[in-house]
Design a protein around this ligand. Structure first.
Ligand SMILES: [Zn+2]
Length: 399
Protein backbone atom coordinates (compact mmCIF):
# COMPACT_ATOMS: atom_id res chain seq x y z
CA UNK A 1 0.00 0.00 0.00
CA UNK A 2 1.55 3.33 -0.99
CA UNK A 3 2.10 5.66 1.97
CA UNK A 4 3.03 9.28 1.82
CA UNK A 5 6.05 10.28 3.80
CA UNK A 6 5.04 13.94 3.89
CA UNK A 7 3.03 13.81 7.15
CA UNK A 8 5.77 11.65 8.68
CA UNK A 9 8.46 14.12 7.62
CA UNK A 10 6.47 17.10 8.91
CA UNK A 11 5.57 15.47 12.22
CA UNK A 12 9.19 14.35 12.75
CA UNK A 13 10.14 17.99 12.39
CA UNK A 14 7.34 19.13 14.72
CA UNK A 15 8.14 16.58 17.43
CA UNK A 16 11.94 16.83 17.35
CA UNK A 17 12.34 20.52 16.60
CA UNK A 18 14.29 22.21 13.78
CA UNK A 19 16.54 19.62 12.12
CA UNK A 20 18.80 18.85 9.17
CA UNK A 21 17.49 16.82 6.25
CA UNK A 22 19.86 13.96 7.11
CA UNK A 23 18.51 13.72 10.65
CA UNK A 24 14.94 13.74 9.39
CA UNK A 25 15.83 11.04 6.84
CA UNK A 26 17.09 8.86 9.70
CA UNK A 27 14.04 9.56 11.84
CA UNK A 28 11.53 8.41 9.26
CA UNK A 29 13.72 5.76 7.60
CA UNK A 30 14.16 7.15 4.08
CA UNK A 31 17.23 7.92 2.00
CA UNK A 32 18.83 11.37 2.06
CA UNK A 33 17.68 11.88 -1.54
CA UNK A 34 14.08 11.11 -0.56
CA UNK A 35 14.39 13.48 2.41
CA UNK A 36 15.62 16.26 0.10
CA UNK A 37 12.70 15.62 -2.25
CA UNK A 38 10.23 15.66 0.65
CA UNK A 39 11.77 18.90 1.93
CA UNK A 40 11.38 20.48 -1.51
CA UNK A 41 7.73 19.41 -1.82
CA UNK A 42 6.88 20.69 1.68
CA UNK A 43 8.72 23.96 1.05
CA UNK A 44 6.64 24.41 -2.13
CA UNK A 45 3.46 24.06 -0.04
CA UNK A 46 4.83 26.67 2.38
CA UNK A 47 4.60 24.35 5.40
CA UNK A 48 8.35 24.30 6.07
CA UNK A 49 11.22 26.73 5.49
CA UNK A 50 14.89 27.23 6.26
CA UNK A 51 15.81 28.47 9.72
CA UNK A 52 18.70 30.89 9.09
CA UNK A 53 21.53 30.62 11.63
CA UNK A 54 24.36 33.11 11.99
CA UNK A 55 27.69 31.71 10.79
CA UNK A 56 26.04 28.79 8.98
CA UNK A 57 25.95 28.61 5.18
CA UNK A 58 22.48 28.70 3.65
CA UNK A 59 22.75 25.14 2.34
CA UNK A 60 23.29 23.93 5.93
CA UNK A 61 20.36 25.79 7.50
CA UNK A 62 18.12 23.48 9.53
CA UNK A 63 14.53 23.09 8.40
CA UNK A 64 11.70 24.47 10.50
CA UNK A 65 7.92 24.52 10.30
CA UNK A 66 6.53 27.81 8.97
CA UNK A 67 3.86 30.19 10.21
CA UNK A 68 1.68 28.78 7.43
CA UNK A 69 1.83 25.39 9.14
CA UNK A 70 0.41 27.15 12.18
CA UNK A 71 1.04 27.71 15.84
CA UNK A 72 0.68 26.02 19.20
CA UNK A 73 -0.56 28.13 22.10
CA UNK A 74 -0.94 27.90 25.86
CA UNK A 75 -2.93 29.90 28.39
CA UNK A 76 -2.14 29.35 32.07
CA UNK A 77 -4.70 30.93 34.38
CA UNK A 78 -4.14 31.53 38.07
CA UNK A 79 -6.12 33.81 40.37
CA UNK A 80 -3.36 36.42 40.36
CA UNK A 81 -1.74 36.17 36.97
CA UNK A 82 -2.24 34.76 33.48
CA UNK A 83 0.72 33.48 31.46
CA UNK A 84 0.56 32.70 27.74
CA UNK A 85 2.91 31.39 25.07
CA UNK A 86 2.90 30.66 21.36
CA UNK A 87 5.33 28.79 19.14
CA UNK A 88 5.57 27.18 15.75
CA UNK A 89 4.66 23.48 15.58
CA UNK A 90 8.32 22.51 15.98
CA UNK A 91 8.74 24.66 19.11
CA UNK A 92 10.68 27.37 17.29
CA UNK A 93 9.99 31.11 17.44
CA UNK A 94 8.61 30.96 20.95
CA UNK A 95 7.04 34.03 22.48
CA UNK A 96 5.50 34.40 25.91
CA UNK A 97 3.85 37.03 28.08
CA UNK A 98 2.21 37.40 31.47
CA UNK A 99 -0.27 39.84 32.97
CA UNK A 100 -1.54 40.26 36.48
CA UNK A 101 -5.27 39.87 37.06
CA UNK A 102 -7.53 41.06 39.83
CA UNK A 103 -8.20 38.15 42.21
CA UNK A 104 -11.63 39.63 42.97
CA UNK A 105 -12.71 39.56 39.31
CA UNK A 106 -14.72 36.70 37.86
CA UNK A 107 -12.54 33.87 36.45
CA UNK A 108 -14.32 34.68 33.18
CA UNK A 109 -12.25 37.89 33.09
CA UNK A 110 -9.03 35.97 33.75
CA UNK A 111 -9.77 33.64 30.80
CA UNK A 112 -10.57 36.61 28.54
CA UNK A 113 -7.28 38.23 29.58
CA UNK A 114 -5.45 35.09 28.44
CA UNK A 115 -7.26 35.05 25.09
CA UNK A 116 -6.40 38.72 24.47
CA UNK A 117 -2.77 38.12 25.41
CA UNK A 118 -2.47 35.31 22.86
CA UNK A 119 -4.09 37.47 20.18
CA UNK A 120 -1.70 40.34 21.04
CA UNK A 121 1.35 38.05 20.86
CA UNK A 122 0.28 36.71 17.46
CA UNK A 123 -0.44 40.23 16.13
CA UNK A 124 2.91 41.45 17.45
CA UNK A 125 4.90 38.58 15.95
CA UNK A 126 3.11 38.38 12.59
CA UNK A 127 2.08 41.97 11.76
CA UNK A 128 2.23 41.74 7.98
CA UNK A 129 1.65 38.08 7.16
CA UNK A 130 -1.79 36.55 7.04
CA UNK A 131 -2.53 35.75 10.69
CA UNK A 132 -1.27 32.21 11.32
CA UNK A 133 -3.83 29.66 12.53
CA UNK A 134 -3.51 28.14 15.96
CA UNK A 135 -3.65 24.35 15.52
CA UNK A 136 -3.94 23.44 19.21
CA UNK A 137 -4.08 25.35 22.47
CA UNK A 138 -3.69 24.09 26.01
CA UNK A 139 -5.61 25.93 28.70
CA UNK A 140 -4.87 25.43 32.40
CA UNK A 141 -7.32 26.61 35.05
CA UNK A 142 -7.02 26.68 38.84
CA UNK A 143 -10.07 24.49 39.41
CA UNK A 144 -11.21 20.96 38.68
CA UNK A 145 -12.52 20.82 35.09
CA UNK A 146 -13.64 17.77 33.08
CA UNK A 147 -10.76 16.90 30.73
CA UNK A 148 -13.15 16.06 27.86
CA UNK A 149 -15.93 18.64 28.13
CA UNK A 150 -14.21 21.40 30.09
CA UNK A 151 -17.20 21.52 32.42
CA UNK A 152 -16.71 22.56 36.04
CA UNK A 153 -19.01 20.38 38.16
CA UNK A 154 -21.20 22.11 40.73
CA UNK A 155 -19.46 22.08 44.11
CA UNK A 156 -19.15 24.84 46.69
CA UNK A 157 -15.36 24.34 46.42
CA UNK A 158 -15.41 25.49 42.76
CA UNK A 159 -18.28 27.95 43.07
CA UNK A 160 -16.43 30.80 41.34
CA UNK A 161 -16.00 28.70 38.21
CA UNK A 162 -19.47 27.19 37.95
CA UNK A 163 -20.99 28.03 34.58
CA UNK A 164 -17.61 29.02 33.11
CA UNK A 165 -16.28 26.64 30.48
CA UNK A 166 -12.75 27.83 29.65
CA UNK A 167 -12.36 25.10 27.03
CA UNK A 168 -15.37 26.28 25.00
CA UNK A 169 -14.64 29.98 25.52
CA UNK A 170 -11.05 29.74 24.28
CA UNK A 171 -11.93 27.35 21.46
CA UNK A 172 -14.52 29.80 20.12
CA UNK A 173 -12.26 32.84 20.52
CA UNK A 174 -9.11 31.33 19.01
CA UNK A 175 -10.86 28.97 16.57
CA UNK A 176 -8.84 25.93 17.54
CA UNK A 177 -9.10 22.67 19.48
CA UNK A 178 -8.33 22.91 23.20
CA UNK A 179 -6.83 20.65 25.80
CA UNK A 180 -7.87 21.63 29.29
CA UNK A 181 -5.74 20.95 32.34
CA UNK A 182 -5.14 22.20 35.85
CA UNK A 183 -2.76 25.07 36.60
CA UNK A 184 -0.93 23.32 39.45
CA UNK A 185 -0.42 20.26 37.26
CA UNK A 186 1.19 22.44 34.58
CA UNK A 187 3.39 24.09 37.20
CA UNK A 188 4.50 20.62 38.26
CA UNK A 189 5.37 19.77 34.65
CA UNK A 190 7.39 22.99 34.41
CA UNK A 191 9.38 22.05 37.52
CA UNK A 192 9.88 18.51 36.20
CA UNK A 193 11.16 19.77 32.83
CA UNK A 194 13.46 22.32 34.47
CA UNK A 195 15.30 19.53 36.29
CA UNK A 196 15.07 17.27 33.26
CA UNK A 197 17.47 14.55 34.29
CA UNK A 198 16.94 10.86 33.80
CA UNK A 199 16.95 10.37 37.56
CA UNK A 200 14.07 12.78 37.99
CA UNK A 201 11.54 10.56 36.31
CA UNK A 202 8.73 11.07 38.83
CA UNK A 203 7.96 14.51 40.19
CA UNK A 204 5.36 15.50 42.75
CA UNK A 205 4.61 19.19 43.09
CA UNK A 206 2.49 20.44 45.96
CA UNK A 207 1.11 23.95 45.87
CA UNK A 208 0.21 25.66 49.14
CA UNK A 209 -1.60 28.89 48.38
CA UNK A 210 -5.27 29.89 48.59
CA UNK A 211 -5.92 26.20 47.93
CA UNK A 212 -3.75 23.10 48.17
CA UNK A 213 -3.14 21.04 45.03
CA UNK A 214 -0.85 18.22 43.94
CA UNK A 215 0.71 17.59 40.54
CA UNK A 216 2.08 14.17 39.60
CA UNK A 217 4.40 13.96 36.59
CA UNK A 218 5.66 10.58 35.44
CA UNK A 219 8.44 10.39 32.82
CA UNK A 220 7.56 13.82 31.46
CA UNK A 221 3.80 13.19 31.30
CA UNK A 222 1.19 14.64 33.63
CA UNK A 223 -0.89 11.99 35.39
CA UNK A 224 -4.24 13.82 35.35
CA UNK A 225 -6.50 10.91 36.30
CA UNK A 226 -9.20 9.34 34.14
CA UNK A 227 -11.23 12.57 33.85
CA UNK A 228 -8.72 15.30 34.66
CA UNK A 229 -9.71 15.37 38.30
CA UNK A 230 -6.58 14.15 40.10
CA UNK A 231 -4.44 16.10 42.53
CA UNK A 232 -7.03 17.44 44.96
CA UNK A 233 -4.65 17.08 47.90
CA UNK A 234 -6.33 19.98 49.72
CA UNK A 235 -9.56 18.02 49.99
CA UNK A 236 -8.05 14.91 51.53
CA UNK A 237 -9.42 14.57 55.05
CA UNK A 238 -6.84 14.76 57.82
CA UNK A 239 -9.31 15.01 60.72
CA UNK A 240 -12.89 13.81 60.21
CA UNK A 241 -14.08 15.95 63.12
CA UNK A 242 -12.13 19.01 61.95
CA UNK A 243 -13.48 22.30 60.62
CA UNK A 244 -16.05 22.42 57.83
CA UNK A 245 -14.53 22.66 54.35
CA UNK A 246 -15.99 24.37 51.26
CA UNK A 247 -16.29 20.93 49.61
CA UNK A 248 -18.80 19.75 52.23
CA UNK A 249 -16.44 17.44 54.14
CA UNK A 250 -14.90 18.16 57.50
CA UNK A 251 -11.22 18.48 58.33
CA UNK A 252 -9.77 18.71 54.79
CA UNK A 253 -6.03 19.44 54.57
CA UNK A 254 -6.67 22.91 53.15
CA UNK A 255 -8.42 23.86 56.38
CA UNK A 256 -5.00 23.56 58.07
CA UNK A 257 -2.48 24.47 55.39
CA UNK A 258 -3.99 27.06 53.03
CA UNK A 259 -3.31 30.78 53.35
CA UNK A 260 -6.97 31.75 54.05
CA UNK A 261 -7.25 29.10 56.80
CA UNK A 262 -4.03 30.24 58.44
CA UNK A 263 -4.97 33.91 58.11
CA UNK A 264 -8.26 33.12 59.88
CA UNK A 265 -6.37 31.41 62.65
CA UNK A 266 -4.02 34.34 63.07
CA UNK A 267 -6.96 36.75 63.14
CA UNK A 268 -8.60 34.73 65.92
CA UNK A 269 -5.37 35.07 67.92
CA UNK A 270 -5.76 38.87 67.88
CA UNK A 271 -9.29 39.10 69.39
CA UNK A 272 -8.88 42.56 70.85
CA UNK A 273 -8.88 44.29 67.50
CA UNK A 274 -12.05 42.45 66.48
CA UNK A 275 -13.88 43.89 69.47
CA UNK A 276 -12.81 47.39 68.65
CA UNK A 277 -10.49 47.59 71.62
CA UNK A 278 -6.96 48.82 71.41
CA UNK A 279 -4.50 46.15 70.41
CA UNK A 280 -2.13 45.17 67.68
CA UNK A 281 -3.73 44.65 64.29
CA UNK A 282 -3.57 41.02 63.15
CA UNK A 283 -0.62 40.55 60.79
CA UNK A 284 -1.35 40.10 57.10
CA UNK A 285 -0.02 36.64 56.27
CA UNK A 286 0.42 37.07 52.48
CA UNK A 287 2.47 40.23 53.11
CA UNK A 288 4.59 38.49 55.75
CA UNK A 289 5.20 35.54 53.39
CA UNK A 290 6.23 37.90 50.60
CA UNK A 291 8.73 39.77 52.77
CA UNK A 292 9.91 36.76 54.86
CA UNK A 293 11.24 38.60 57.94
CA UNK A 294 14.56 37.33 59.34
CA UNK A 295 12.77 36.69 62.64
CA UNK A 296 9.14 35.62 62.57
CA UNK A 297 6.78 36.83 65.33
CA UNK A 298 6.62 33.83 67.66
CA UNK A 299 2.81 33.43 67.43
CA UNK A 300 2.99 33.33 63.63
CA UNK A 301 5.99 31.06 63.76
CA UNK A 302 4.03 28.55 65.88
CA UNK A 303 1.09 28.62 63.47
CA UNK A 304 3.35 28.10 60.46
CA UNK A 305 5.32 25.33 62.14
CA UNK A 306 2.16 23.40 63.00
CA UNK A 307 0.83 23.88 59.45
CA UNK A 308 4.16 22.65 58.07
CA UNK A 309 3.94 19.53 60.23
CA UNK A 310 0.39 18.74 59.04
CA UNK A 311 1.37 19.38 55.41
CA UNK A 312 4.49 17.24 55.91
CA UNK A 313 2.42 14.32 57.19
CA UNK A 314 0.15 14.53 54.15
CA UNK A 315 3.11 14.73 51.77
CA UNK A 316 4.85 11.82 53.51
CA UNK A 317 1.73 9.78 52.65
CA UNK A 318 1.93 11.04 49.06
CA UNK A 319 5.65 10.20 48.84
CA UNK A 320 5.09 6.72 50.30
CA UNK A 321 2.32 6.16 47.72
CA UNK A 322 4.03 7.57 44.62
CA UNK A 323 7.80 7.25 45.27
CA UNK A 324 8.89 10.51 43.60
CA UNK A 325 12.50 11.44 42.80
CA UNK A 326 11.63 15.07 43.20
CA UNK A 327 9.15 16.68 45.56
CA UNK A 328 8.66 20.38 44.83
CA UNK A 329 6.91 22.68 47.26
CA UNK A 330 5.18 25.64 45.61
CA UNK A 331 2.63 28.36 46.27
CA UNK A 332 3.27 31.53 48.29
CA UNK A 333 3.14 29.58 51.55
CA UNK A 334 5.38 26.81 50.22
CA UNK A 335 8.18 28.91 48.75
CA UNK A 336 8.49 31.50 51.53
CA UNK A 337 11.54 31.32 53.75
CA UNK A 338 9.49 30.41 56.83
CA UNK A 339 9.09 27.78 59.58
CA UNK A 340 6.39 26.17 57.37
CA UNK A 341 8.90 24.83 54.84
CA UNK A 342 11.49 23.76 57.43
CA UNK A 343 8.93 21.82 59.48
CA UNK A 344 7.39 20.31 56.35
CA UNK A 345 10.74 18.95 55.15
CA UNK A 346 11.61 17.61 58.61
CA UNK A 347 8.24 15.82 58.90
CA UNK A 348 8.51 14.27 55.44
CA UNK A 349 12.02 13.03 56.26
CA UNK A 350 10.81 11.50 59.54
CA UNK A 351 7.70 9.86 58.13
CA UNK A 352 8.70 8.41 54.76
CA UNK A 353 9.90 4.83 54.43
CA UNK A 354 13.69 4.42 54.00
CA UNK A 355 13.62 3.65 50.25
CA UNK A 356 11.61 6.81 49.65
CA UNK A 357 13.48 9.16 51.99
CA UNK A 358 16.87 7.97 50.73
CA UNK A 359 16.11 9.01 47.16
CA UNK A 360 13.65 11.89 47.27
CA UNK A 361 14.92 15.44 46.78
CA UNK A 362 12.72 18.11 48.36
CA UNK A 363 13.00 21.65 46.97
CA UNK A 364 11.10 24.89 46.78
CA UNK A 365 9.41 25.73 43.47
CA UNK A 366 11.53 27.88 41.19
CA UNK A 367 10.83 27.92 37.43
CA UNK A 368 7.05 27.51 37.84
CA UNK A 369 6.87 30.83 39.68
CA UNK A 370 7.10 32.44 36.24
CA UNK A 371 3.85 31.60 34.43
CA UNK A 372 5.50 32.38 31.08
CA UNK A 373 7.77 29.41 31.67
CA UNK A 374 4.77 27.31 32.69
CA UNK A 375 3.05 28.27 29.41
CA UNK A 376 6.14 27.24 27.42
CA UNK A 377 6.23 23.91 29.30
CA UNK A 378 2.56 23.45 28.37
CA UNK A 379 3.44 23.93 24.69
CA UNK A 380 6.20 21.35 25.04
CA UNK A 381 3.63 18.94 26.48
CA UNK A 382 1.65 19.27 23.23
CA UNK A 383 4.76 18.67 21.12
CA UNK A 384 5.60 15.64 23.25
CA UNK A 385 2.31 14.01 22.23
CA UNK A 386 3.28 12.26 19.01
CA UNK A 387 -0.31 11.17 18.24
CA UNK A 388 -1.50 14.77 18.41
CA UNK A 389 1.35 16.10 16.27
CA UNK A 390 0.89 13.32 13.70
CA UNK A 391 -2.82 14.17 13.44
CA UNK A 392 -2.11 17.89 12.98
CA UNK A 393 0.57 17.19 10.34
CA UNK A 394 -1.57 14.64 8.50
CA UNK A 395 -4.41 17.17 8.27
CA UNK A 396 -1.98 19.82 7.00
CA UNK A 397 -0.49 17.68 4.23
CA UNK A 398 -3.91 16.38 3.25
CA UNK A 399 -2.55 12.84 2.97
ZN1 LIG B 1 -12.58 19.91 51.31
Amino acid sequence: MPTSHEPLFLSALAINGPAQRADLARHIGVSRTSASNLARTLKDTGLIEDLPKPGVSASRYPLTTSATAGLLAAIIVSDEEVGVAISHLDGSRQASAAATVDPTDSPRVWVRTGIQQVKDLVADRYPSEPTPSIRQCVVAVPTQADAVTGEVYPSPASRRWIGINARETVSTALQCPIRINNTARMEGLCEHNAVNTASSSVTCYARFSRGVTLSHVVHGKIAAGAHGGSGELGHTVVDASGPQCSCGNQGCLMQYTSIPALQDRIRRMWPDTEHGQSGRPAPDLPKLLATAPPTWPHEISDVLREAGMIAGRALANVANLLDPDLLVIGGELGVADSPFFDELVLTIRQRTLPLISTHVTITRADSSRDLRRVALAAIESLRGDSDLMTTICTNLTGR
